[in-house]
Design a protein around this ligand. Structure first.
Ligand code: PEP
Length: 253
């Protein structure tokens, strides 16, 4: 019996036009109509949010955004606010994805601000953390995760973080085809849960869902999900194909 309800989340990154996203969402809803014990979220591009939200209306699949600004509104060309995401039908928001950190200058400080906005707006935050290959090789994985959790979650209370989801995404495994072994992922997840217990309390640590992300595919999801501290997955590449993603959602190879 699982301690926490699993969540499988699809990050569609900068792929799919509105129509392509709608077609894929329709197919996905059909393919997973028999799934009841796993929560599912998809995060298409901003331009596809509103039309995909119409497709998901009568389905259990939730909508998420890939990013968000921390301010309510303002002169921030190219950005999007929490209320815009909510009005487009979003329930979740991904914060601090490693591609945002790597290419768009996001830091633990911006993650911290965005997290506060998500909490205030009642969007479920999925905060991404993870080490690079060099950091793993230099045996800095735990210190990197510690810093990302400490700074990213700084100043919030356990009560305010009760909906928070953390995604452990080792940067070296994202889009590379190199998945962390289930044992490596479990070790990192257990460490993160321990950090949450140390910095907050065991109630939050036990209830918090920690997703694994990094080249998740139908042929590795089962072994990952067998680990006690892995509560689901954040899936990039394999979430772009309805058949493959539905197999991941069903933990089928
Ligand atoms: C991601 O984008 O969060 C991700 C894990 O990508 P991929 O599954 O393609 O490695």
């Amino acid at each position: 019996m699982r301690k926490r309800i699993p969540l499988i989340a699809g990050n569609w990154k900068m792929y799919k036009t509105g129509q392509e996203a709608v077609d894929m969402a329709r197919r996905l809803v059909q393919l997973i109509s028999d799934v009841t014990e796993t929560e599912v979220m998809i995060a298409p591009a901003f331009t596809a949010l509103a039309p995909v939200s119409e497709v998901l209306k009568e389905s259990p699949v939730a909508l998420g955004a890939q990013n968000m600004h921390w301010e309510k509104e303002g002169a921030y060309t190219g950005e999007i606010s929490a209320s815009m995401l909510i009005s487009a039908g979003c329930k979740y928001v991904i914060i601090g994805h490693s591609e945002r950190r790597q290419y768009f200058g996001e830091t633990d400080g911006t993650v911290n601000k965005k997290l506060g906005t998500a909490i205030q707006s009642d969007l479920i935050p999925i905060v991404c953390i993870g080490e690079t290959e060099e950091q793993r090789e230099a045996k800095q994985t735990y210190s990197v995760l510690d810093k990302q959790v400490t700074k990213g979650l700084n100043k919030y209370t356990a009560e305010s973080l009760k909906k928070l989801i953390i995604a452990y995404e080792p940067v070296w495994a994202i889009g590379t085809g190199k998945t962390a072994t289930p044992e490596q992922a479990q070790e990192a997840h257990q460490f993160i849960r321990g950090l949450i217990e140390k910095r907050f309390d065991d109630k939050l640590a036990n209830s918090m869902r920690i997703l694994y992300g990094g080249s998740v595919k139908p042929d590795n999801i089962n072994r990952l999900m067998a680990m006690p501290d892995i509560d689901g997955a954040l899936v990039g590449g394999a979430s772009l194909d309805a058949e493959a993603f539905s197999k991941i959602i069903k933990f089928e190879s």
